[in-house]
Design a protein around this ligand. Structure first.
Ligand SMILES: Nc1ncnc2c1ncn2[C@@H]1O[C@H](COP(=O)(O)OP(=O)(O)O)[C@@H](O)[C@H]1O
Ligand SMILES: [Mg+2]
Length: 327
């Protein structure tokens, strides 16, 4: 199947006063219709920069330095802002962490939804309202007719995020990029929103990129996972393979740090150390200061992605996986 989104060798840089730094380093990933891909990694890994880059919302001093982004077979990395508007918020929708940021507090939900529809579609007022109602029902908001006349503050956090999702559905997008969509919500609501996203992907054949620091969440929702560290994908493959047979010591650390991996009576495991800042990425393997398995080569040579399992496409960029550490 032709991928809906195909990113090859993407480099994103920030032009800082002190020089250029690389925020996304040689990132390649692709996604087929209906597929759900998780992007996971600690804060500062480059997940959001990656998400913004796809829809070209990367702002100065950030810029796409290299690489190809093909959406439904068309190269969009060179698109102008005007060309991008036919895709962003239309064929590709984005959902962010804080629903209050995405909603205008002084306009009713109905006004915001119909404005969004008119921005992308040439329809009558009645038709716009019909679509808005249909999408609110789609995200299981009770009595949508009444809800259209209400303001954002009249909804709970979970309901607001449902409204954001309904808005993201207005144009029947091919792809939704959800960046930490439930981080601000409690666990029960989070699970409901994730179930909703799965349901929408399955019924409409929509593709999803779910960005989160929470490996537990992506494990529940996605078909495949890409683990990011210091701007690179350091491991990727089918969700089952990543969770059951993680190859990179960083991924292994993330799994060990999950609440469900905790040994009763012991404190929750934390990977020692911190994600490096862009100006301070270690030479060799960027993870080496934190790695319990590092050897000589890890200090000097950056590991390239190698297959852990060629059949499933499970890959990791680690000298252990390529066999260079053992030799
Ligand atoms: N506008 C910017 N200028 C300089 N550095 C930035 C900018 N935006 C993000 N960064 C840096 O890029 C890195 C990745 O950030 P981000 O994608 O937000 O991480 P994540 O979403 O994984 O937590 C971080 O080191 C962050 O400090
Ligand atoms: Mg982020």
């Amino acid at each position: 199947m032709e991928p809906i989104l195909d990113i090859q060798n993407l480099d994103v840089k920030f032009a800082l006063r002190t020089g250029e730094v690389t925020a996304i380093d040689n990132l390649s990933l692709s996604l087929t219709k209906g597929e759900r891909l998780g992007i996971v990694g600690e804060s500062g890994a480059g997940k959001s920069v990656m998400g913004f880059s796809i829809i070209k919302l990367i702002r100065k001093p950030g810029f796409i330095a290299n690489g190809s982004i093909r959406f439904r077979g068309t190269e969009i990395s060179g698109y102008s802002e005007e060309e991008m508007r036919s895709i962003r918020g239309n064929r590709i929708s984005m959902i962010f962490q804080d629903p209050m940021m995405a909603l205008n507090p002084v306009l009713t939900i109905g006004t915001q939804m119909t404005e969004a529809i008119h921005a992308h579609m040439d329809v009558t007022k009645e038709e716009a309202e019909r679509i808005a109602l249909e999408k609110l029902a789609r995200v299981h908001i009770p009595s949508p007719e009444k809800r259209l006349a209400q303001y954002p503050h009249e909804f709970s956090g979970g309901m607001r995020q449902r409204i954001i999702i309904a808005i993201s559905l207005l144009t029947d997008p091919d792809l939704i990029i959800a960046d930490e969509p439930t981080t601000a919500l409690d666990v029960t609501i989070q699970a409901e929103i994730m179930d909703l996203l799965i349901e929408l992907c399955e019924s409409d054949g929509m593709s999803l990129i779910l960005i989160t620091h929470d490996l537990g969440v992506v494990a529940e929702v996605t078909d495949r996972i890409a683990v990011m560290y210091a701007g690179r994908v350091i491991e990727s493959g089918p969700t089952q393979a990543i969770i059951n047979t993680p190859q990179h010591p960083y991924t292994q650390g993330l799994i060990k740090a999950l609440p469900e991996s905790r040994t009763p009576g012991e404190p929750l495991y934390q990977i020692p150390g911190m994600m490096p800042t862009l100006t301070d990425i270690p030479g060799g393997c960027a993870f080496n200061p934190r790695c319990p398995m590092k050897g000589e080569i890890c200090m000097t040579t950056r590991p390239e992605p190698a297959f852990a399992d060629e059949k499933t496409g499970h890959m990791a960029a680690c000298h252990l996986v390529s066999g260079d550490l053992a030799s």
